[in-house]
Ligand binder design. Structure first.
Ligand code: FA5
Ligand code: MG
Length: 454
């Protein structure tokens, strides 16, 4: 496949990440902005909303059954991030337009599942929670950022360590020990589906898979219930008593999903502000992971949840860029909450600064496009443009949208128009400043993506 254009003007020969040096090659595509974020570790920053959210999730999966891992390095091998989990060689997630590579074999993890194989190796019965920063090349808007945080959870049982080797009975006994809740849960599908969401028939009996699924679903429902009860309490505490009104019970639903490393698989959705919102993916762990880890008698479940998405609901945070802010008007609002969750209150946004929209229109395959020739044949990835914008203008851009696209009927060249919204969260940008940034964005697009400005 054609390589997407490199978005770095000059690739350094080596990069240093958290004190370790890595040699780059032609796969390198990590912008300096993103490199600089590898040391932030918001999930470990005391009283940061991402860290508070992690703590609340951990509280639902108590030690000593669950062990906590929060310090794993973001640099992993392509094997760990993809191959070890059964991703096929041509999976789109592997593309350089979607993933940040240091070199062909080394990347910034795109999900916390990258550590599953490692953690399953030589692990006794029980489970773990792992929280970490993850990296994805993606669009620019109020709910997407190239770095976000996930919590991965796993629970394993060992056939050789349960009475009579009866896993289903042991799992159900553990399920009976879990608390209950009174959320409205829609779960219209049977625990597995022959084609779409199959039982791992060579490894699990239907009864075992059903028991694991039931334990998994209850565990995650309890987590969502904990988070939304806290969100509700926070809203109630922030209002004068006469204003508090009866709110509807929380509604959640299970939907079938697909992941290469679980089967059956599901996503959990929460009904929030009139819409179903996906909050996590999960499933019965593929037996190959346990087999490859040398733990032949183990089986269980895994899940992965995005922390920012949950924190935005929990604290009513309107823009994902805020998490990276060092502004006291943001940080001070969460101080003391980590050690006393009773202090949790909705975030009060500071005044919004004016938006400034600027368009940029260009022809693809201008001066330096690979292959020269007809622009229409150029391999274009919107994420490459997003990277240039982030690198030049950083958090001064709220969102970037494709507003027009057409092909010249005679030359076959493709033209695109993107609209960039320059708006800082922290201050009003001056006209001069915005114009200057926009000039640099256009220059970056020409130099790094070989487009021709119209
Ligand atoms: C995964 O990353 C899987 N590793 C999850 C998993 C783990 C499945 C273990 C099964 C077993 P996905 O790409 O859907 O899946 O992301 C998981 C969660 O991360 C999403 O439900 C969402 O909460 C969050 N998430 C994903 N992409 C973004 C994004 N761009 N911004 C914010 N949150 C995101
Ligand atoms: Mg998903």
């Amino acid at each position: 496949a054609a390589a997407s254009p490199s978005t770095a003007t000059t690739s350094p020969k080596t990069v240093e990440i958290n004190g370790k040096k890595y040699t780059t090659d032609s796969w390198f595509n990590v912008s300096s902005t993103v490199l600089a974020l590898t040391s932030r570790k918001l999930h470990l920053q005391k009283d940061h909303p991402v860290a508070i959210t992690r703590k609340i999730i951990e509280s639902v999966f108590p030690a000593p059954t669950y062990k906590y891992y929060n310090e794993f390095d973001p640099v992993v091998s392509t094997h760990e991030n993809f191959d070890s989990l059964g991703f096929p060689p041509d999976h789109p997630g592997r593309a350089r337009s979607d993933t940040y590579y240091i070199n062909k074999d080394t990347l910034l993890r795109t999900h916390t599942s990258a550590h599953e194989a490692e953690l399953f190796r030589a692990r006794a019965s029980g489970g773990y929670l792992l929280s970490a920063d993850v990296y994805r090349r993606d669009e620019v808007d109020r709910s997407h950022y190239p770095v976000f945080h996930q919590v991965e959870g796993a629970r394993v049982w060992d056939r050789t360590k349960v009475p009579g080797g009866n896993i289903a009975a042991a799992v159900r006994a553990d399920l009976d020990r879990l608390p209950t809740h009174n959320m409205k849960v829609e779960d219209p599908n049977p625990p597995f589906h022959a084609e779409r969401n199959p039982l791992q028939a060579p490894h699990h009996s239907p009864d075992e898979a059903a028991a694991i699924a039931a334990h998994l679903k209850r565990s995650l429902e309890l987590m969502v219930n904990e988070i939304f009860s806290r969100a509700k309490a926070a809203v109630a505490a922030s209002k004068p008593t006469e204003e508090t009104q009866e709110t509807e019970p929380l509604r959640v639903r299970w939907v079938e999903a697909y992941f290469p490393f679980t089967s059956p698989s599901w996503e959990l959705e929460v009904f929030y502000q009139g819409d179903w919102l996906e909050v996590l993916g999960c499933g019965v762990t593929k037996q190959e992971l346990h087999i490859n880890a040398g733990s032949l008698s183990q089986l269980g479940w895994t899940f992965g949840i995005g922390l920012e998405r949950i924190a935005m609901l929990l604290f009513q945070i309107p823009d994902i860029r805020l998490f990276w802010s060092r502004d006291e008007r943001f940080l001070a609002q969460f101080r003391g909450v980590e050690d006393n969750l009773q202090k949790l209150r909705p975030f009060v946004p500071f005044s919004r600064h004016p938006a400034c929209y600027k368009d940029v229109s260009f022809w693809l395959g201008g001066v330096s496009a690979a292959g020269g020739g007809k622009g229409g044949a150029v391999d274009w990835h919107g994420n490459d443009l997003m990277e240039v914008v982030r690198d030049v203008a950083g958090d001064c851009v709220e969102d970037v949208r494709l507003v027009d696209e057409f092909m010249h009927p005679k030359t076959g060249r493709r033209s695109m128009c993107y609209r960039i919204n320059y708006r800082s969260l922290e201050r009003t940008l001056t006209n001069g400043e915005t114009n200057e940034m926009h000039e640099r964005v256009m220059k970056g697009l020409v130099e790094r993506l070989g487009v021709e400005i119209r």
